[in-house]
Design a binder for this molecule. Structure first.
Ligand SMILES: O=C(O)c1cccc(C(=O)CC[C@H]2O[C@@H](n3cnc4c(=O)[nH]cnc43)[C@H](O)[C@@H]2O)c1
Length: 235
């Protein structure tokens, strides 16, 4: 069974590929740039696709890849912001739930989530047994990962998100989009984030993207045996 890993940008895809190489996965060679890069070890195959930043690009890229080949699992992976005191810089977060935190409507009484408007869902869960096995193998924090279309840049916004989602561990911009596309194909989604910054006041000088990419590489060096075991039992 094949696994699709979706990142936002090429640097994240490269970090994932470096981890897969550490795990003994090899690429059969150059592939068309618009196609996911394929990595194989024995009968296992993991494809890696940098689909773009934000939920729309992530959903579109995921759906396009899933239309082309049969997958059994999708993973949204990349850097992310960590909520202070929950997910420190350089740590890893595995999503218990992938929640579109700004999908809904603003109102004089505050934010109204899409389900309360009666227009659908704003969250999808990760497979509990798999996410716990992955979290244990990676030494990760398990918690809610919020998908936003605008990265948080103030303490007030961070506090507002935490008040609505007290189990939030991290924030990123693609997970829910990936999961919606995967769910349309009947597939489960994991989200794995390597923490590059704190969710809060915008301070680019405080971002540790290099350390987060190194943590992502380490994660994907450890992840394949867990995925291989799960895919051989589940499918
Ligand atoms: O605020 C800035 O100046 C700034 C500069 C470079 C990049 C950004 C991003 O927001 C990157 C978004 C990109 O990285 C993921 N990511 C990483 N940390 C966060 C976060 O705290 N909140 C949301 N997304 C984050 C995200 O998944 C995107 O792919 C900002």
């Amino acid at each position: 069974m094949r696994v699709l890993v979706v990142t936002a940008v090429a640097a994240e895809a490269d970090a994932v590929a470096a981890g897969l190489a550490h795990a003994g996965y090899a690429s059969p060679g150059a592939q068309p740039p618009e196609r996911p890069a394929r990595f194989r070890r024995g009968g296992h195959s993991i494809d890696v696709l940098p689909a773009g930043v934000g939920p729309a690009a992530a959903a579109a890229g995921t759906a396009k890849a899933l239309a082309r080949a049969p997958y059994g699992l999708v993973v949204s992976a990349g850097i992310g912001g960590g909520f202070p005191g929950v997910a420190p810089l350089g740590s890893l977060v595995v999503a218990s739930e992938l929640i579109a935190a700004d999908l809904g409507a603003d109102s004089p009484d505050g934010f109204v989530p899409l389900p309360e408007l009666g227009f659908g869902r704003d969250r999808l869960g990760a497979p509990p047994a798999l996410r716990e096995d992955v979290s244990r193998a990676l030494g990760a924090v398990t918690g809610v990962v919020l998908t936003v279309t605008t990265a948080t840049g103030t303490a007030g916004r961070a506090a507002e998100l935490l008040a609505r989602h007290p189990s939030a561990a991290a924030e990123a911009m693609e997970g829910f989009g990936v999961a919606e596309a995967a769910d349309q194909y009947g597939l489960p989604t994991l989200e794995i984030r390597a923490i590059s910054n704190e969710v809060g006041p915008r301070d680019r000088s405080a971002w540790r993207i290099g350390d987060a990419l190194a943590a992502l590489t380490d994660a994907f060096g450890k992840l394949p045996p867990v995925l291989e075991s799960w895919t051989s039992h589940e499918h």
